[in-house]
Design a protein around this ligand. Structure first.
Ligand SMILES: Nc1ncnc2c1ncn2[C@@H]1O[C@H](COP(=O)(O)OP(=O)(O)OP(=O)(O)O)[C@@H](O)[C@H]1O
Ligand SMILES: [Mg+2]
Length: 255
């Protein structure tokens, strides 16, 4: 345990692997365990709020707060699940480009801004990021104590492990407070031999750096998203609910 809220960055080089789904559902499961959770959408797609029944003013978010030099707390919303949600917000192309320039000029901006969010010692901040290398990824990995690297059980994901390791080497591992980067496989399908084979290869490659729980493919995840709900609320008895609870339990012991 570090003092103050722990920051967990959820990242992947490939798009569509489930980062946003993992952030929303893991946060809900951590709330259920009594943790004080904040989720931060650091992706211009601004999609995290869609998982969490956010219907409030869409322009507010981390980007405009940064550009106007205002505290992030003012743009946070409470979700019905009891977590604090800081959306990316909607903004013009030129504002977006200005925000990205601000991040480029101040690589440690996010860490400083998040430290000002009032949160208890048991607090956890989960950051959603866009796919691939970006100024957002850099900011998240430069302030995280913990990184969750999302993989699909396919060959294309396997070959991305090297680039994820480079990101950790560049941004996270040089900092003494960094506690580790762990890989989680999402959309696992045990009925497919190729998924099982790739999973075995990943396990062999990563060993103890694999999260000891897998997130299985479950149609309830997509249905829950269509209802803007965490899967634990939409389908409490689903495989996905069980999986997210297991990963939340594992994570909660580490941060
Ligand atoms: N375990 C799962 N079972 C079934 N569907 C899933 C699962 N995880 C994610 N999905 C679906 O996969 C799609 C992509 O998920 P998501 O948007 O979370 O990915 P992402 O990595 O955040 O994408 P991007 O890189 O665009 O930000 C969504 O339709 C989501 O509902
Ligand atoms: Mg996403």
């Amino acid at each position: 345990m570090t003092s103050g809220p722990a920051v967990v960055a959820v990242v992947s080089p490939k798009g569509g692997v489930g980062k946003t789904t993992v952030v929303a559902n893991l946060a809900a499961a951590l709330c259920d365990r009594g943790r004080d959770v904040t989720v931060v959408d650091l992706d211009p797609q601004n999609a995290l709020r869609l998982h969490l029944q956010m219907t409030l003013d869409e322009s507010r978010g981390i980007a405009l707060q940064a550009l106007q030099d205002q505290p992030l707390a003012e743009a946070c919303f409470m979700s019905p699940q009891g977590m604090r949600v800081l959306p990316y917000g909607t903004l013009s192309e030129s504002d977006r480009s200005d925000f990205e320039q601000l991040l480029r000029d101040n690589p440690e901006w996010l860490g400083r801004a998040l430290a000002e969010l009032e949160q208890g010692e048991s607090g956890l901040i989960l950051i959603d990021t866009p796919p691939g290398g970006s100024v957002y990824l850099q900011q998240a990995l430069l302030c995280a104590q913990f990184a969750l690297l999302v993989l699909l059980p396919d060959a294309a994901s396997f070959v991305t492990i090297a680039s994820m390791e480079r990101w950790l080497d560049d941004y996270s591992r040089p900092r003494p407070e960094f506690q580790g980067g762990y890989y989680v496989v999402n959309r696992m399908n045990n009925a497919r031999a190729l998924c099982r084979d790739v999973f075995t290869a990943m396990d062999r490659e990563l060993g103890a750096r694999m999260v000891p729980h897998t997130l299985h493919f479950d149609a309830a995840v997509e249905e829950a998203m269509a209802s803007q709900l965490p899967v634990s609320r939409y389908a409490p008895d689903s495989i996905a609910t069980r999986d997210f609870r297991a990963v939340a339990g594992w994570l909660s012991e580490r941060v």
